[in-house]
Design a protein around this ligand. Structure first.
Ligand code: TYD
Length: 202
């Protein structure tokens, strides 16, 4: 039986990575084979591309193309084989991030990203996507508390993240059967319960 494909999305600082790790552990405790992975990245080549994407200034179309190049490799090497053998793939960001960040944030035409999606993904779709939604100010306060050096995206201004957040809302509205928006200002324990309930039905 084909596995399940779950993706996590949201603006930087929304808290999705913590919940991503929690859900992977939870699914393992239920006895599933779980592949916990992330984008950009998830393969040796993809992680190299990630290093470039998070550090180097580049044309916005170069940025979009490299995101999809990393994604293509990730699909071929990791996601598709895992789903084919029945594993659950839990991915921290996927194609919606390209619409939200390159489309919403950077202003690249939605249709151009849709072309790359159709080319790269074929009929692959997440079974469920969680969008972690928080006000930009809350996300920025959370980011400021971490000791990590901010990457090229995290250095963007609040207005950039407002556009990314609006794009995520658009994606949620256009894909009501696939996307669940989570109010990420709630406690981690409350969000754990929501995730548990949501995956029970897929
Ligand atoms: P993320 O893993 O959330 O960073 P962190 O390790 O700091 O939690 O994602 C890295 C960045 O890449 C994030 O700012 C969003 C960006 N991104 C895009 O712009 N487009 C994409 O398609 C993807 C997958 C990520």
């Amino acid at each position: 039986m084909r596995g399940r494909f779950i993706t996590f999305e949201g603006i930087d600082g929304a808290g999705k990575s913590t919940q991503h790790a929690w859900l992977a552990a939870h699914l393992r405790s239920l006895g599933h084979e779980v592949v916990a992975t992330r984008e950009p990245g998830g393969t040796p080549l993809g992680e190299k591309l990630r290093g470039l994407l998070l550090a180097e200034h580049m044309h916005i179309e170069t940025e979009a193309l490299l995101m999809f190049a990393a994604r293509r490799e990730h699909m071929a090497q990791v996601i598709e084989p895992a789903l084919a053998r029945g594993a659950w793939v839990v991915c921290d960001r996927f194609v919606d991030a390209s619409f939200a960040y390159q489309g919403g944030g950077r202003g690249l035409a939605w249709e151009k990203i849709a072309t790359l999606r159709d080319w790269t993904l074929g009929d692959l779709q997440p079974d469920i996507t969680f969008i972690f939604d928080v006000p930009v100010a809350t996300a920025q306060e959370r980011l400021a508390k971490t000791s990590n050096q901010p990457d090229r995206f995290e250095q963007e201004k609040a207005a950039f993240f407002e556009r990314v957040r609006i794009a995520y809302h658009r994606i949620a509205a256009e894909n009501p059967h696939r996307v669940t928006v989570i109010d990420a200002t709630q406690t981690p324990e409350f969000i754990n319960k929501l995730l548990k309930k949501s995956i029970a039905s897929i």
